[in-house]
Design a protein around this ligand. Structure first.
Ligand SMILES: [Zn+2]
Length: 248
C-alpha cells in the first residue's frame, strides 16, 4: 500500500494544505482519499506532479471521511459535484453513522439541495443519496472498500471523529484523525505497520506526549496536522510531507 499526503497542515496553515491522504493499493490500483478538504482538485494535481503517482478526481474510488471540521471535509461539495456532473455517477463515501448524521443538514445541504436543470427553470430538490453512495463504517466490524478493509474507532474531539485502521495487501495503516492524546487509541493504532498521528495545540495531541513514546513505536509513526511553527528538524518522529510517496 502506498500513501501520498495531499495535505499535512492544520486548519490555520498559511504554508500547507490541510490534512488529507491519498491511498493506493491493489492491481489494478485503487485510489481512495482519507478526508477531502478544499481545494482538493489542486491538491491532487500538485501531489501527482510531485509524486509521479496517478492522482486525479476520476480515479477517486471513494472518500473515507473522519469528521466534519472544514479542514477535513470542505472539498466534499466540489468533488461530489464534479463526480455528479462530469463523471455522471455518485461518489462513494465511507463514514461513521454519527459523522453522517450531520453531513447533509449540518454541512452540504445549503449548497447542494437545489439544482437548476436549465437557466431559469424550476429547481429540482436533491438529497445526499443523489450525489453520494454512502457506506457506513462500523466500530465492531471491518468494512470492505475495494482492496482496502477499514476499521474505525472514535477519538476524543469536539465533534464525532473516527480514527482508522486501513488494511490492504496484508499491510495496515493506522491514522489517528483529529484527537487528544489517548493512550488507548495509540495502543489500537500501534498494531498497524505504519501509524500516522496528528499533533497540534489545544485539544489536539501535544508533540511532547508523542515524543515520549517508546522508540519502536515512534520509528513507525509519522506526524500530520502539525502547526506552521512546528520545528520539523527537531522532531524525533518523522513528519509527513505533501507529495511524497510513503510505503506501508
Ligand atoms: Zn477536527
Amino acid at each position: 500500500m502506498r500513501i501520498v499526503p495531499l495535505g499535512v497542515g492544520d486548519a490555520f496553515s498559511a504554508l500547507r494544505y490541510s490534512t488529507c491522504l491519498s491511498l493506493h493499493a491493489g492491481d489494478p490500483e485503487t485510489m481512495v482519499l482519507v478526508d477531502c478538504p478544499h481545494p482538493i482538485q489542486k491538491m491532487m494535481r500538485e501531489a501527482q506532479i510531485a509524486s509521479n503517482v496517478p492522482i486525479d478526481p476520476a480515479r477517486v474510488a471513494a472518500v473515507i471521511l473522519t469528521h466534519l471540521h472544514a479542514d477535513h471535509c470542505s472539498g466534499l461539495e466540489g468533488l461530489g459535484y464534479y463526480v455528479f456532473f462530469y463523471l455522471k455517477r455518485k461518489l462513494p463515501l465511507y463514514i461513521h453513522p454519527e459523522v453522517l448524521a450531520e453531513l447533509w443538514h449540518g454541512h452540504l445541504a445549503a449548497g447542494m439541495t437545489h439544482l437548476m436543470p436549465t437557466p431559469g427553470a424550476p429547481t429540482v430538490t436533491m438529497k445526499l443519496e443523489d450525489y453520494f453512495e454512502v457506506h457506513l463504517l462500523d466500530e465492531n466490524t471491518k468494512v470492505a472498500c475495494g482492496p482496502f478493509s477499514i476499521e474505525c474507532r472514535k477519538t476524543i474531539h469536539h465533534i464525532p471523529t473516527t480514527a482508522l485502521r486501513i488494511t490492504a495487501e496484508g499491510r495496515t495503516l493506522g491514522h489517528s484523525a483529529d484527537t487528544s492524546f489517548d493512550e488507548g487509541l495509540i495502543d489500537w493504532l500501534g498494531e498497524s505497520n505504519l501509524v500516522i498521528h496528528e499533533t497540534n495545540y489545544g485539544v489536539h495531541t501535544p508533540y511532547e506526549k508523542l515524543a515520549a513514546l517508546p522508540a519502536a513505536l515512534r520509528e513507525k509513526m509519522r506526524l500530520i496536522h502539525y502547526p506552521d511553527d512546528f520545528d520539523l528538524a527537531k522532531s524525533n518522529i518523522e513528519p509527513l510531507h505533501e507529495g511524497r510517496v510513503y510505503t506501508v
